[in-house]
Design a binder for this molecule. Sequence first.
Ligand SMILES: *[C@@H]1O[C@H](CO)[C@@H](O)[C@H](O)[C@H]1NC(C)=O
Length: 406
Amino acid sequence: RCHSRLKQLHGQQVTVHTPPNITGHWVSNSCEVRPGPEFLTRSYRFFPDGSFQALQFYYQDPDCSKPSYSLLIRGSVRPLRASWLVRGGTASEVHVSRVQLRCLQTACDPPDTPAPDRSMQELTLMRLELRAEELFLGDVHTEHAQPAGYQSPLRSAKAERCGVCRIVSSADLHHPPVLSARPERPVRLQGDWVSTRCEVRPGVLFLTRQLTFHEDSQTWTGQYEHFSDPVCRHPTFSISASGRYSRGAPSAAIGGAVQFTFTVTHMTVTPMDVATTSLLNVFRGRECGSEGSWQRGVPQDVTSTSGCAALGVRLPHTEYELFRAGQDPSGHSLLYNGQRPSDGSSPDRPERRPTSFQPPLIRCSRGGREREQPFRLSAGGGSNALHTLAAALVLLHTLPFWRKIL
Ligand SMILES: *[C@@H]1O[C@H](CO)[C@@H](O)[C@H](O)[C@H]1NC(C)=O
């Protein structure tokens, strides 16, 4: 089940319009979390003449049930060219003419988001996927960097079977959408989880992830398949990793989220195309596997060289994580782990723990011993399949290296 889900993601037919015609009304389909953390919903209207009216509603809580202030931002946006930073995206020029802030509680302490130069930086990168009418806008960082990835997509306000879209689309500056507080979902990592789409990471990386957690032994494995294109059709390399994890305290910043500590103790790298194979063979000495021996499609264990210096990965490696549980509209379990800093660094100290999330993984199997559950691996297939799977944490470390090449 996990395998077939993943296969579907690779090379999926996606209709993308470039330059995108974003005329219309686009809204959040859930309560969104930005680094900080900030909790918000968005309702953006784009007009045929290039002008826009963007409503952003900010909240005190991760359910978006307690509004704190709202912003109405007016301006214009013009698609310029294909993005150099993110293949498949469109770079746009944004002009903000007016920002109105409305305080919705007794005292407002908005961060610097309303600053005109920052409030709409997300529009400088966009991608419109017509399959599910989703508008991807640039991500928003704590470091105020240029978008190099996307936020969770906005949906068309006319989308069917989207209750949150309806609530958000009918709101205005003075009447914010109030979502209902959800019962807290316990964070259970046990089982197998896969990406729900071809994901993009800062630095021209596209990938799918599959993670497996064994709660009883507190071990994990992960498989990261990297691609050169935004629909994950042309593989470049894959990383498999495994290690241990331990559960920490509930997050004070985000209700319902839980802190974890992860270590990577084993890693395998497989170059999947000629270019990557040659690149790995350029590195000398005991930096990444055995020197000059890389072959396309042949995995190499890089544990003995303490990881892969060429990819910026040192073993054993520790990361301070944040996880949250969720549910998709069909009732499938979702798992969110922490967003990485856009500068390519890793959360290797507790104070650098993430405060927002990556796109969710969906549970494809409960794994292990929970046989009574509807999703499980067929007998025998499990442990081998899991062994070849690999890791999320590792990915960011590839950035400095790949940036240099690309
Ligand atoms: C964009 O789409 C809208 C309708 O959704 C249409 O009215 C408009 O003419 C389109 N603009 C261009 C440039 O195609």
